[in-house]
Design a protein around this ligand. Structure first.
Ligand code: NOJ
Length: 554
């Protein structure tokens, strides 16, 4: 599908960069990052020729929080945790980012608050409190146990008994994350006002947490057993044993999405992004039947169950393209704070470089995760240092701490993240003395410079940020080739997923020149029908316009 570039919104043309604020830059010397640290690093991200060159940052939660789930347990939707700064710092962050033409996306956690939120404190105080119905309270089952069989994502039952009022409350994450009752219209209005609070302060968009969970079955019926549950699940993994039939993807969610979208539409050019796992046919519905729900349901298809297989990756792109209605804009996420690091998941730096080229040359909005631009791997966390509730409850091999470690700025103490002598909240990678921004900035072929070059190239190339996508069949099953085009401008992307070199025969070959290789050591002419690619090499070829262009199907 071709999209005339002048009609593209910033969130279609642009590239999003996720910042986990605890781990970006610590300016107070307490081992934890803060908003001032993000301000201090804005020049790294945008606004000059040697900046990374992203267009928007999404900042994971910085709200006041007891940190039972590291900020995804919000104690006040309209403030900043003192740990991270205050509202004045946030306002300065918005102004400084906007001065660099960088958009600000923040997290919104509508499904659950913290148990320390004043709404929940009131709600749990008595059965007849006015806010009782703001959360999901139920009497015990006949045997005194939880009202139904639902499990928490983080282990154990999804219900906690509250002695004072003799009822259970629902939480599908830790007990400190009670779930708001989205069937109550007063709750909905209060939550929509929290969106307006930040939209009025100038935020350009929200990433909305677990929006597929908002509405629950009205009768809270038991979920059926999952016949495919892994036999290796821990005894407390009740969630993994059930199919999420009555707690996820309820049709009523769409009514909520439309209401939420209407709040965004009260403002100009704001972007609604939703965190949404799940099957493609459910996922695609969250764009709305008329494009009136999310602008971008996050597409995580490369993060779950995806192996390093060119055909599988191509299929994930092609089925997505085929499933999208005309008004829907694709997007791809390569890493986030909940999954193994890209370099670890796909096997190493060479693969991570190829994945970067893929992400930044497909049709749709890319989202990068801080540190992936350095090729940061998962960090081994010693058992006594594990902090993530998922790791603490479901086994340390499931801890998400591995991908949340401090950003590595230079070769000095604590990689320049925290001052010397401070214990950072999570350890650094073992190779931080060489894997950091300062070292990689000075190395013309580093991963960081690959990202910079790719981002600059994408920004300057309408065929890449706005053009059509056409996959091309090639004989080599471990290669993936596609054409991106708008009008006369054509770019052929060829990716070799194999650990050996490959010689591709390009259908309807012609001539063109390599603009960029993942190894950053190759530019120049390619002629004829063949294209040599080294192990894990990916290239962007500028196809000569005209009928005989390389890869042209005309
Ligand atoms: C999804 C977030 O990405 C994750 O980090 C969090 O633990 C859960 N939602 C609960 O809010």
């Amino acid at each position: 599908m071709n999209s005339p570039q002048q009609e593209l919104h910033w969130w279609q043309r642009g590239v999003v960069y996720q910042i986990y604020p605890r781990s970006f830059d610590d300016t107070t010397g307490n081992g934890v990052g803060d908003l001032e640290g993000i301000i201090a690093q804005l020049d790294y991200l945008a606004g000059s020729d040697d900046a990374l060159g992203v267009d928007a940052i999404w900042i994971s939660p910085f709200y006041p929080s007891p940190m039972a789930d590291f900020g995804y347990d919000v104690a006040d939707y309209c403030d900043v945790a003192p740990l991270f700064g205050d509202l004045a710092t946030f306002d300065r962050l918005v102004a400084e980012a906007h001065a660099r033409e960088l958009k600000i996306i923040i997290d919104w956690v509508p499904n659950h608050s913290s148990d320390q939120h004043r709404w929940f404190v009131e709600s749990r105080s008595s059965r007849d409190n006015l806010k009782r119905d703001w959360y999901i309270w139920r009497d015990p089952a006949l045997d005194g146990g939880p009202p139904n069989n639902w499990g928490s994502f983080f282990g154990g039952p999804a219900w906690t008994f509250d002695e004072r009022t003799g009822q259970y409350y629902l939480h599908q994450f830790v007990p400190g994350q009670p779930e708001l009752n989205w069937r109550n219209s007063t709750v909905r209005e209060a939550m929509y006002d929290t969106l307006r609070f930040w939209l009025d302060r100038g935020v350009d968009g929200f990433r909305m947490d677990v929006i597929g969970l908002l509405m629950k079955d009205e009768e809270l019926r038991d979920n059926p057993p999952n016949p495919d549950a892994s036999p290796h699940l821990l005894a407390n993994d009740l969630f993994g044993r059930l199919l999420s039939v009555h707690n996820m993807f309820l049709p009523e969610n769409h009514e909520r999405m439309r209401e939420i979208r209407q709040v965004f539409d009260e403002y100009d050019e704001r972007c609604a992004i939703g965190e949404l796992w799940g099957p493609l046919d459910e996922w695609v519905k969250y764009y709305g039947a008329e494009g009136d729900e999310l602008h971008l349901p996050f597409n995580f298809r490369w993060m779950d169950g995806m192996t390093w297989d060119s055909q599988q990756i191509r299929a994930s792109v092609d089925t997505l393209e085929a499933a999208l209605p005309d008004f829907a804009w694709p997007n791809y996420v390569l890493g986030n704070h909940d999954r193994a690091r890209l370099a670890t998941r796909f096997g190493g730096e060479a693969q991570a470089r190829l994945a970067a080229l893929l992400l930044l040359t497909l049709r749709g909005t890319p989202t990068l995760y801080y540190g992936d631009e350095l090729g940061m791997p998962n960090v081994d966390i010693p058992p006594e240092k594990v902090q993530d509730p998922q790791g603490l409850n479901l086994g340390i091999e499931r801890t998400r701490d591995v991908c949340r470690t401090p950003m590595q700025w230079d070769s000095g103490a604590n990689a320049g993240f925290s001052p010397a002598g401070v214990e950072t909240w999570l350890p650094l990678t073992a190779d931080y003395a060489t894997r950091n921004v300062a070292v990689q900035a000075a190395d013309p072929t580093s991963v960081l410079n690959l990202y910079r070059r790719l981002l600059a190239y994408r920004r300057a190339t309408p065929a890449l940020y706005g053009g059509s996508y056409t996959p091309l069949d090639v004989e080599q099953q471990d290669c993936y080739v596609y054409l991106r085009a708008t009008g006369e401008e054509k770019r052929l992307i060829a990716l070799n997923f194999s650990a050996e070199s490959r010689t591709l025969t390009i259908p309807a070959g012609g001539s063109g020149s390599v603009a960029l290789s993942t190894y950053l050591d190759r530019e120049g002419a390619v002629a004829g029908e063949t294209l040599e690619l080294r192990a894990y090499e990916g290239v962007i070829v500028e196809v000569e316009s005209g009928e005989q262009g390389l890869g042209s199907r005309d």
